[in-house]
Design a protein around this ligand. Structure first.
Ligand code: ZN
Length: 178
């Protein structure tokens, strides 16, 4: 297990087809640990999820964090990490949200993307056991972003309106995010 380099926009591996995982062997387990380590090491900016192609592995694997309030101390945010292998959205709400997104593979770009409010996802976990989960809001947004990566799609392909830089984002939205 090790922190891997996160590849960026111009690297073709972000656009290449990703193969289904047939067997969760030692190699796949190592790749999952690499994904977790690499996501954990991304601090500025922090990442809420990471897909295997972002570290140059063209397989249908991603890791997503679900942030919640700490039960013991509501001023703190904690997260639970989910591994999705061969994930598939099995149902999605008609209602959508248009919200800001960014990507560790697309540095310094921000844009609004429309995502389903609620989704249901089926995938295999690290042990190869199938699970289904329901997600809504930000968690659902991040899952949809990561699943796009597994289809070679980047958020910049889907932006509604302008793509702006981190500096523009700060200048324009500073008040709203304070
Ligand atoms: Zn991304």
């Amino acid at each position: 297990m090790a922190v891997q380099k996160i590849i960026t926009e111009s690297d073709n591996r972000l656009r290449a087809p990703n193969s289904k995982v047939i067997l969760i062997d030692e190699e796949v387990k190592k790749e999952i640990l690499d994904l977790k380590d690499t996501l954990a090491s991304a601090k500025n900016p922090e990442g809420a999820g990471l897909a295997a192609p972002q570290i140059g592995i063209n397989k249908k694997i991603c890791v997503v964090r679900n942030y919640t309030e700490d039960v013991a101390d509501p001023s703190k945010v904690v997260f639970q990490e989910f591994v999705f292998i061969n994930p598939k959205i099995t149902s999605a709400s008609k209602e959508t949200n248009l919200d800001w997104e960014a990507c560790l593979s697309v540095p310094n770009k921000y844009g609004r993307v429309s995502r389903h409010n609620k989704i249901k996802v089926t995938a295999l976990d690290e042990e190869g056991i199938q699970f289904t989960l329901k997600a809504s809001g930000y968690f659902a947004q991040v899952i949809q972003h990561e699943l796009d990566h597994l289809m070679g799609v980047l958020f910049i392909d889907k932006v509604v309106g302008k793509i702006i830089s981190g500096k523009e984002m700060e200048e324009t939205y500073h008040g709203a995010y304070a």
